[in-house]
Design a protein around this ligand. Structure first.
Ligand code: GDP
Length: 476
């Protein structure tokens, strides 16, 4: 579905507009203190079309200093994924310089843009709105999100520019033979399959997010990864100074560490820092192909680690679990405890992060306490390269169904009435590998069945480090 993004500074009325559009009465105040809200998506129907709307009010930490850069960051994301952008300003205030900066960013983005001058409740105020024409938008509308004035006109104007609805990708289910023929034809036509990445370009670089709690060693790891190799620093076009990616070339492979300023950012208090680390993780995941989930070996997997790991799992990105500060638990320990056994330790991590069973585990020291050089950094690069390759792998329908014939489904511990019969299956997508199952019943897959099948697929085809997604198509 086409996506419309709503951008603007805090308190200009973005959420009121969003709620007005989506008719949602849902509270937008986050339950965690210090965080006003997250990105919110909604869906509306207008003139017979479904359109998605995102309120990019964004993650706005309760910290004045962070607000401007967060708004810009959100706007940047909006520009990448949206088909049209609506910037909201408060018509009752003077034109302020952050508005101008934001406008400049949005207008440069190459997407259709609209300016909604909000809080214009009566005719007299229409004049005041004229001021905002200086922002340079061609499409300027006055609205009152609160009273519902001008909303219909705004929607009409936006709808004009939205792309035609694309037909659903999943057409009528093809027969097994047709699928096989299609695979072969595709393989002939495109021997090298490129991965579609965020942004609008395709490339062979791997985008890496370093995520984890405060003080687990994310910045230290980033330094180790970039210092051993030549790093190219590239600001993300149009954003403020603090949004920076670092790119490392190693053995002909490009690694882009996303938002390295964000990786280094620290919150002022411990609580704030922890909350920020979760927020950052989610944002970094959005921009990445592969994530490095960094765990502090001296502390083991904590609740927040598991929380961040959960987001990584759900994001569809590949995951590598990096146990850092390994030097501190294997050598003579300052806390008097005996050195840990790597196998036992690995099992504990696995037990605490069950859903990430597909993620490789690495034990490293980004900055050993003895001042020696970082350990196992090359393994990090090698693993990132491996999982990046694995997530783009494609299994032909022929191979898939030969495999399917051999699977002994009796071994899956699934209640009889929850079993589905799979006629055949095909890999519909890569990154993450996504399989469509053609079944006898249109039911949600039982989780243990899904897990069984995913494990069988992994045993046969690998897909190391990547989650595996399924879709059901009932044939009746
Ligand atoms: P971040 O908040 O996750 O970015 O954590 P930092 O990179 O700032 O690291 C927190 C602390 O852990 C710093 O004092 C680092 O020097 C230390 N540290 C990081 N990696 C290692 C390691 O491998 N071994 C030891 N002993 N200390 C480390």
């Amino acid at each position: 579905l086409p996506l419309v993004a709503i951008c603007g500074r805090p308190n200009v009325g973005k959420s009121t507009l969003f709620n007005r559009l989506t008719d949602s009465r849902r509270s937008i105040v986050g339950d965690e203190p210090g965080i006003t809200r997250d990105r919110i998506y909604g869906q509306i129907e207008w003139a017979g079309r479904d359109v998605r709307i995102v309120d990019t009010g964004g993650v706005v930490p309760d910290d004045e200093a962070l607000i401007p850069s967060e708004i810009f960051r959100q706007a940047q994301v909006a520009l990448e994924e949206a088909d049209a952008v609506v910037m909201v300003v408060d018509g009752r205030t003077e034109l302020a310089s952050p508005d101008m900066e934001l406008a400049r960013l949005l207008l440069r983005g190459g997407k259709p843009t609209f300016l909604a001058v909000n809080k214009i409740d009566n005719v007299e105020m229409q004049n005041a709105a004229q001021n905002f024409r200086r922002l340079g938008f061609r499409n300027v509308m006055t609205i009152s999100a609160e009273h519902g004035h001008g909303i219909g006109d705004l929607l009409d104007a936006v709808y004009e520019v939205l792309p035609e609805d694309r037909p659903e990708v999943e057409e009528e289910p093809l027969s097994y033979d047709e699928l096989e023929a299609r695979d072969e034809a595709e393989a002939d036509a495109a021997p090298i399959r490129k991965q579609r990445t965020h942004g609008e370009y395709e490339s062979r670089e791997t985008k890496v997010a370093i995520i984890g709690r405060p003080n687990v060693g994310k910045s230290t790891l980033l330094n180790a990864l970039t210092e051993t190799n030549r790093a190219i620093v590239s600001p993300i076009a149009g954003t403020t100074r603090d949004a920076v990616d670092e790119i490392v070339e190693r053995k002909g492979h490009l690694f882009r560490f996303v938002d390295t300023a964000g990786i280094r950012r620290k919150g002022k208090t411990k609580l704030m820092a922890e909350k920020l680390s979760v927020i950052m993780a989610r944002k970094h995941l959005e921009a990445a192909d592969v994530s490095l989930l960094v765990i502090d070996a001296t502390e083991g997997v904590t609740g927040i680690d598991a929380n961040i790991g959960g987001y990584a799992h759900e994001s569809g990105r590949s995951v590598i679990i990096v146990i850092n500060k390994w030097d501190l638990v294997t050598t003579a320990r300052t806390d008097g405890k005996p050195p840990v056994d790597q196998k036992v330790y690995a099992q504990q991590v696995r037990d605490a992060l069950k859903y990430l069973e597909y993620a490789p585990l690495l034990f490293i020291s980004a900055a050993p306490a003895d001042g020696d050089k970082p350990r196992a950094i090359n393994e990090v690069f090698a693993k990132v390269e491996l999982v990046a390759r694995e997530r783009r792998k494609r299994v032909s329908t022929g191979q898939m169904n030969k495999f399917l014939e051999k699977v002994d489904f009796q071994r899956a511990s699934v209640p009889m009435n929850k079993r589905v019969k799979i006629y055949y299956m095909t890999q519909a997508q890569v990154a993450p590998p996504t399989f469509v199952l053609f079944t006898d019943k249109d039911v949600k897959m039982h989780f243990s069945f899904e897990r069984f099948l995913a494990n069988q697929i992994r045993e046969n085809f690998g897909f190391i480090g990547s989650p595996i997604w399924f879709k059901i198509r009932a044939r009746n």
